[in-house]
Design a protein around this ligand. Structure first.
Ligand SMILES: [Zn+2]
Ligand SMILES: [Zn+2]
Ligand SMILES: [Zn+2]
Length: 85
């Protein structure tokens, strides 16, 4: 993927500190894009800790979304009541 595309759709937290990321995740609640737990700065996790938005998943991969509440990938629908804000 071209670098410019990564920067268009990058982790804001990393961009601000000049860091880099391994993978981008998107918050299911608000659409916020941040770096995953496999990245150095784990901004997706920081977003969860700030907002209590429980679920996030890879932008470019088709696989279950990660759930911070349970520390696992929960089935779709598990957190319906939590993500309606
Ligand atoms: Zn980041
Ligand atoms: Zn969010
Ligand atoms: Zn869960």
């Amino acid at each position: 993927m071209p670098r410019s595309t990564l920067r268009d759709r990058g982790c804001r937290g990393c961009q601000e500190i000049g860091g880099d990321w391994v993978e981008l995740w998107q918050c299911l609640s608000c659409g916020w894009v941040a770096c995953s737990d496999t990245s150095d700065h784990r901004h997706a996790r920081a977003h969860y800790e700030e907002t209590d938005h429980p679920r996030a998943g890879p932008l470019q991969a088709v696989r279950p979304l990660w759930c911070y509440v349970h520390g696992a990938c929960c089935p779709v629908g598990t957190h319906r009541s939590l993500v309606t804000d």
